[in-house]
Design a binder for this molecule. Structure first.
Ligand code: SF4
Length: 324
């Protein structure tokens, strides 16, 4: 119940990774109040293991907790696909995309845009900057700095579709003031071991974000244990196939066990010169082409394991890189 007495609808933001899967199944067992619905937002480029898990989960929750799959829509009404959209921008078929958080080896020159109208617009935008190089092949001067593009993909591919579906489910008509009911309590699968800074309020005043696993004091490991005990389940991490947030452990797993997805990921060379970016783009933080990154473990290299090496470090993103 809200301060003004209006009831809140409870919706689960389902990422189909460890934490939100545990949350859905704990609620389905009756150990938490049952949300009205769960919503999974698909970027179109999730791992096959995530889609398979999602199918299992939706069947398991059938008749108890409805699971809705949603996707960002393109202007022409088609379903967006994060990888195809990036390639569309590179080929000049699309004017822009929501940037993924790729790593950038900084250059003094901007990458040109193949679409002449878009290029002219961009040159105007940067004030006719003389460092806009039309043939970067002969003119790239690297700054020696690396950076990461601002992440826009979560907002466009994850948050907007879930908000749109939530509006529909709770009957929130256009024109209702943002502070007026119907209100929604949005459950998010961030566990007790994750950084509190990941728990951000919703940008929509009618949605209140909640983190029930934190209230239960459950860590990611507790969730894994619970899933194993109650369902015999090991849930794969959920994210786009070539999300730049992957750590080396996940890259190695994809390389060794999911060859088709690895082939798609190493095609990151296609986005090396993302139009209008000042530098070369890479999905691996080392700014080395993915198929050239040394992903061997210290043991593979004949070294002792270092306790604080890349292997032992959690990237802190838990399951849900993309949250409300
Ligand atoms: S998983 Fe990574 S690439 Fe995909 S939408 Fe989220 S942040 Fe962007």
């Amino acid at each position: 119940m809200n301060a003004d007495g209006a009831a809140r609808h409870v919706i689960l933001s389902l990422r189909a990774g460890v934490q939100s899967t545990a949350l859905a199944l704990i609620a389905a067992r009756g150990d938490l109040p049952l949300p009205e619905a769960a919503i999974f937002t698909d970027t179109g480029w999730e791992s096959a293991v995530t889609y398979a898990h999602l199918e299992w989960l939706a069947a398991e929750l059938d008749g108890v907790l409805p699971v809705h799959l949603v996707r960002k829509q393109r202007r022409d009404g088609g379903a967006a696909h994060i990888r195809d959209d990036a390639l569309g921008v590179v080929a000049g078929r699309l004017p822009r995309m929501a940037t993924p958080p790729v790593f950038v080896k900084g250059s003094r020159e901007y990458n040109p845009c193949p679409n002449p109208a878009q290029q002219a617009k961009f040159v105007r935008h940067v004030g006719g900057a003389s460092n806009f190089v039309v043939m970067p092949l002969f003119a790239r001067t690297f700054t020696g700095k690396t950076s990461q593009l601002k992440r826009q993909c979560t907002g466009e591919y994850k948050i907007e579709p879930i908000i749109r579906k939530t509006r529909e489910l709770v009957g929130r008509r256009r024109g209702i003031r943002r502070t007026q009911p119907p209100y929604v309590e949005m459950w998010i699968g961030i566990s007790a071991d994750e950084k509190p800074t990941r728990c951000k309020p919703s940008r929509e005043p009618w949605i209140t974000n909640c983190w029930p696993l934190r209230e239960l004091g459950m860590t990611r490991r507790d969730c894994e244990q619970w899933l194993l005990e109650h369902h015999g389940l090991r849930v794969p991490k959920s994210s786009c196939i070539a999300c730049p947030y992957h750590d080396d452990r996940l890259w190695r797993e994809i390389k060794l066990h999911r060859p088709d997805e690895w082939e798609e990921a190493v095609a990151d060379r296609a986005i090396r010169r993302l139009p209008m970016v000042q530098g070369e783009c890479y999905v691996h933080r080392s700014c080395v082409p993915l198929d050239e990154v040394d992903l061997r473990t210290p043991e593979d290299r004949g070294q002792l394991t270092l306790p604080l090496g890349d292997e032992g470090r959690d990237n802190g993103d838990g399951e849900d890189l993309c949250q409300l």
